[in-house]
Design a protein. Structure first.
Length: 634
């Protein structure tokens, strides 16, 4: 395979200045995250926020490029401990890892990890496939790539999880990059004026439900021609199935961005890129997903080498690029182009409006698209009128490191969103300027209200990827989508965050699950995280039934105490949880390994301050779920 290269251009560099009014603090070193991604091809640097050990705190995964990947376990006190080797992520040292996405492939309650690679194995100089690490539930992972059928070799630059056929199991869409380079030169001056690369076709791995996958992109007619760097599994048309938006590099020359409509339940996919106006030909890098204008459909911000694109969803299957009018072009420094990578719509100040963060980072480029080294990151504050204002310098997040992927999540569980920005090496010209991954702690100083929601699917995938949440409060409706990855090589936390400013009461939270099952929750407390189990009030005992696993309680109804009895046919890892009648998780009663046989658990209504009413005790045994309705009252 030919090595990818692009012409260099010598340009100026300047150091950042830090505002005294910053609301974010770089806590990387104090938190124990002191790492710099080593990447020969300048393109990688992925990260993900996810709770790999289910302790309630978001952990951090970072791809290492030519180095091994890092898994930072959250210690719950603002610090992290690197656990990559202990967790068994050994094979990442043999490949050039590029991107990461996480998802629970077998619905057992533990997130598994998919790693996109450059397609080359350092240890034996052979082609390399992507890596799929199975979470064993005990703090370790097992590489199941070969047995799972993840065998195709390519330069996999991005991936997203989503249940495309709505069978309850997560599938994987992987975007692939340049296979063989090609250039277009001026016939007179012989200068480079364009690109004619050949690109690997993307992969669609369909989950067979037994921890194996089948690659069906060709069969489904999804042999895209572009050099993909990111994809979003997203429901752009609000029809309760996941479509696919692909961000392609060299779009002006090779193939523009692609929007693929899912035709579920009739089957198949339709390329609606041209008809929807989403076939934008740019050097696309990453995708941010969010309803920034509150019209109850999803808009998409796509980063670029040069002017970024804000695709406003018109609600009729079409999009309009409004980046200029919105003030989020992020275009140039003097005559040199800015290069944008990871991005996110998120409410940084809990004022209830979606803001936008963009991670910028220099990459060498041909003279006709010359780029600047001085690429400060941007944080665009939502002005509440369809426009944004860049306030990155005021907040202290206008960093000039060479950024690539970025992800956001509330790692310290204080109700505001923090950010991790991945930094790569290679372009450091100032010896005193320390390059490192940046963990920005949000030190928000206001009393705005907020709500976080964690979904647990039962009939749908356990992570709830693809669900739409509509929060009604203060005469407005705020919409969020649970995503399986879209930022450049990266994945944001899947715990949904709503800032609420001075809204004192939530009218309702509507959850529209994939497949259009709808769940309505009321009486929601502010300023905390709630956990919602899919459709508990209706059919938890029928959702995933097992004749071998049983659960009961006596007495029922009960006023103060009851005894919960459950039977296990085999030694298993279990979770016994308590939910209220609306499907909100109240408490985790038991989590751990239990031997086969009959077990009892004494339960007190007073301990959990339960009032009279209907509740559900839910037993999850390695993905098999049974439930029991319990009634508190005399």
């Amino acid at each position: 395979m030919k090595q990818f290269y692009i012409q260099l251009l010598a340009i100026s560099f300047f150091l950042p200045t830090m505002s005294l009014a910053q609301n974010f603090t770089d806590v990387s070193y104090d938190a124990g995250i002191d790492f710099l991604v080593d990447h020969e091809q300048f393109m990688g640097g992925g990260t993900a926020f996810f709770d790999y050990n289910n302790d309630g705190f978001a952990d951090i995964y970072v791809t290492g490029g030519e180095d091994r990947d890092r898994l930072y376990q959250n210690n719950g006190d603002g610090t992290f401990t690197e656990k990559g080797m202990d967790a068994g992520l050994i094979h990442t040292a043999d490949v050039m890892s590029h991107s990461v996405a996480t998802g629970d492939i077998d619905n057992d309650g533990f997130r598994d990890v998919f790693i996109g690679t450059r397609g080359f194995n350092f240890s034996n100089s052979s082609n390399a496939h992507c890596l799929l690490y199975y979470n064993n539930g005990d703090g370790t992972f097992t590489d199941i790539s070969v047995t799972a059928g993840i065998l195709d070799s390519a330069w996999t630059a991005g991936a997203t999880f989503g249940d495309f056929n709505l069978d309850g199991y997560l599938d994987i869409y992987a975007t692939n990059y340049v296979e063989e380079v090609g250039f277009i030169s001026d016939t007179i001056t012989n200068q480079l004026i364009g690109f004619a690369h050949n690109c690997y076709p993307d992969f669609l791995y369909m989950n067979n439900g037994d921890n194996t996958f089948t690659q069906v992109a060709s069969e489904e007619g999804l042999l895209t021609e572009g050099c993909g760097l990111a994809a979003a599994a997203t429901d752009y048309d609000n029809d309760c199935d996941l479509d696919i938006l692909v961000a392609n590099d060299f779009g002006e020359w090779v193939h523009p961005n692609v929007l693929i409509e899912n035709n579920y339940p009739s089957g198949g996919y339709t390329d609606v890129s041209q008809s929807s106006g989403s076939d934008v030909g740019i050097y696309a890098m990453g995708i941010a997903v969010g309803d920034y204008d509150e019209d109850l459909d999803l808009d998409y911000y796509i980063s670029n080498l040069g002017r970024n694109v804000l695709m406003r969803n018109e609600g009729d299957g079409s999009f309009i690029d409004v980046a200029t009018a919105a003030g989020v072009e992020n275009t140039a420094v003097d005559t040199l182009l800015v290069t944008s990578w990871g991005n996110a719509f998120f409410d940084y100040d809990n004022d209830s409006y979606l803001d936008l963060y963009v991670a910028n980072g220099y990459i060498p480029a041909a003279q006709f698209i010359a780029t600047t080294i001085g690429d400060p990151n941007k944080l665009y504050r939502n002005n509440r009128d369809g426009t944004f204002t860049n306030i990155a310098d005021t907040l202290g997040v206008d960093d000039h490191h060479v950024a690539r992927g970025m992800a956001m999540g509330d790692y310290d569980n204080d109700g505001d969103l923090d950010m991790l920005v991945v930094v790569v090496n290679k372009f450091l010209f100032e010896p005193d300027y320390y390059e490192h991954i940046i963990l920005y702690r949000n030190d928000l100083n206001n009393d705005h209200n907020w709500l976080k929601v964690k979904l647990t699917g039962v009939e749908n995938n356990r992570d709830g990827f693809g669900a739409h949440l509509l929060l009604k409060a203060g005469g407005r409706t705020l919409m969020r989508e649970v995503g399986g990855g879209s930022s450049h090589a990266s994945q944001h936390s899947s715990i949904v965050h709503f800032g609420l400013e001075d809204i004192a009461e939530i009218d309702s939270l509507i959850i529209r699950w994939p497949g259009c099952g709808t769940q309505v929750i009321t009486d929601i407390p502010l300023n905390q995280q709630i956990e919602v189990l899919e459709d508990v009030p209706v059919d938890i005992t029928q959702a995933i039934a097992s004749t071998e696993i049983t659960i009961d309680n006596s007495p029922n109804p009960f006023a103060e105490n009851t005894s919960i009895t459950y039977r296990l046919p085999n030694s298993s890892h279990i979770q016994l949880s308590l939910y209220d009648g609306m499907g909100r998780k109240i408490a985790q009663l038991i989590e751990g390994n239990k031997a086969s046989g009959v077990h009892q658990y004494s339960f007190s209504a007073k301990q959990y301050q339960l009032t009279s009413g209907i509740y559900f005790v839910v037993l999850n045994v390695e993905g098999k779920v049974v439930g029991k309705k319990v009634v508190v009252g005399r």
